[in-house]
Design a protein around this ligand. Sequence first.
Ligand code: NAP
Ligand code: GDD
Length: 324
Amino acid sequence: MPKALITGITGQDGSYLAELLLKQGYDVVGMVRRTSTVNFHRIAHIQNKVQIVLGDLLDQFSLVHILEEYQPDEVYNLAAQSFVPASWNQPVFTGEVTALGVTRMLDAIRIVNPNIRLYQASSSEMFGKVVEVPQRETTPFYPRSPYGAAKVYGHWITINYRESYGLHATSGILFNHESPRRGLEFVTRKISYHAALIKLGRADELRLGNLDARRDWGFAGDYVKAMWLMLQQDEPDDYVVATGETHSVVEFLEAAFGCVNLDWHDYVVQDPKFMRPAEVDLLVGDPSKAGKKLGWEPTVSFPALVEMMVQADIDLLEKGEKAL
Ligand code: NAP
Ligand code: GDD
C-alpha cells in the first residue's frame, strides 16, 4: 500500500486530496499543527481512516521526525498561510511558513530519504501583474503580495532541490480553485454564503472590495486529481492547472445571486476595507501541458461551480449547521 503524507490536511485541498488518496488505496498520514480547539471539520468524515500527526512547517525537527517515523512514498506540501490579505498583516510569518517552510520540507526529505516524491503547492498568484495572457509554465513571475513573493521562493527552491539533489520534486502552479469547503474569507465562498444568508432573510448586505478583479476559477475536487497525477510521472516537472476561462467578481455575483433569484445590486456594498494595497487584476491559465502530459482536464463548469457552492450554503443554513 503506498503511503502519502499531506501537510495542510485540515484545509480545503487537503481534505479533497485525502479523500482521493484513500480511494486510490493509499495509507494517508495528515500533518496538523497544534491548536487550542480542534479544527478537523473538513476531515471529520474520514478522520478514522487517516493517521493524524502533530507537526509544523515552522519546526524543522518535527518534519524530520515525521518522515523518519512514517516513511511516506509521497509528500503533498499543501500547508501555507494562504490568505493573500493576511500576508500584508503578517509578511514575516507568511514568509516563514509559505516560503521557508518549503525549504524545511525539502531538506527533511533530502536528509531522511531522497527517494520521497514531493508535490509543492505553487500558485497563479506568482504571476501577479501578468506579463503574458494566458499564463503558462514559462510566463515570468511578477508577484503583487508578500504571499505571492513567498510562493515564488517556494517554487524556485523546489526547482533548485530538484536540480541540486535530483529530488523528484514537482510544482503545481494552480489557479484559484473553490468548493463548498472553501474558507469563508475568500471571495467566492463569501459571496455564496451571503447569497444564501440573504435569501433566507438572515442578512441584508454583502460588503466587498474590488469587483473588477478577474480569476480563473475551477473546482478543488478536480485540482487535487492533478496533484496526484503529477507525482505518478517518471520525471518531476512544473504544471499549470487551470480551466482556461476567466470571470470577474461581478460575474460570480451575478451567477450566485441568480441562483437564488435575487439582484446582487440590491445588496452589495463596496467597502475600502477589502481593497488590497496592490491588486492582481487578471488571471487566466493555459492548462494545455497538464492536458497533454497528465491527461488532466477540469470537469466542473463555472455556472455549475457557483451553483454547487450556493446550494451547499443554503443546505448548511437550513440544517442549522455552523458555517466554518
Ligand atoms: P487552506 O484551506 O488555507 O489550508 C491551508 C492549510 O495549511 C491548513 O490545513 C492549515 O492548518 C495549514 N497550515 C498553515 N500554517 C501551517 C503551519 N505553519 N504548519 C502546518 N500547517 C499549516 O488552503 P487551500 O486552499 O487548501 O490551499 C492549499 C495550498 O495550495 C496552499 O499552500 C495554498 O497556498 C495553495 N494554493 C491554493 C489555491 C486555491 O485557489 N485554493 C491556488 C493555488 C495554490 P490550520 O487548519 O491549522 O490553519
Ligand atoms: N477575499 C476577498 N474578500 N476578495 C475580494 C473581496 C472580498 O471582500 N472583494 C473583492 N475581492 C477580490 C480580491 O481583491 C481578489 O482580486 C479576488 O477577489 C480573489 O480574492 P480571494 O478569493 O481572496 O483569492 P486570491 O485570488 O487573492 O487568492 C486565492 O487564489 C490564489 C491562486 O491565485 C488563494 O486561494 C491563494 O492561496 C491562491 O494562491
